[in-house]
Design a protein around this ligand. Sequence first.
Ligand code: COA
Length: 164
Amino acid sequence: MKKALYAGSFDPITAGHLDVINRASRLCDTLVVGVIQNPSKASAFTGEERMAMIRKATEHLPNIQIDRFDGLLAHYVLQHDITVVIRGLRATMDFEYEIQMAQMNARLYSNQAETIFLMTNPEHSFISSSLMREVFALGGDIAGLVPECVLEMMKSKALASKGE
Ligand code: COA
């Protein structure tokens, strides 16, 4: 049984993440989507909200598990019998950071797992969670760049913050 992990802060999940999840789910028996609080980033959505959006956006896929964890990704890999770690590569600018993380992680999880990189669909190469939040907050149209349920959540949070 191949159990893969695709981890990120998913604040919120975007169409780019969803594309990687769709493709990665076909490469393994179970794909765990791991929601991590990245300490270097202030989060816009709570962990529960991020997990709920991922659950809704991936409900068409039968082999997805959603989990949330803190600490080292390598510890999670070792504790949960993960054999594949999936990362998406959007552009060459991602490469240096990703190779550094993959090599450090490889040392930490030794022979148990391999990091596999999926090239992001070029239609999504400019997307990031913070860019989606910024464009939305300034009134720009992000339909199609985030799953429909994310857009709904963003709209309802914006209304709630205006007290409507
Ligand atoms: N499509 C669209 N956007 C994408 C994308 C894709 N395929 N892949 C990444 N992105 C976006 C993300 O939304 C994120 O946007 P943001 O910066 O606006 O939030 C940005 O690109 C960077 O993504 P990523 O590198 O995956 O960062 P992350 O914060 O989502 O996740 C962790 C990074 C959590 C996986 C990493 O920090 C980690 O492993 N932390 C655990 C601690 C640890 O083990 N540290 C030692 C590592 S060796």
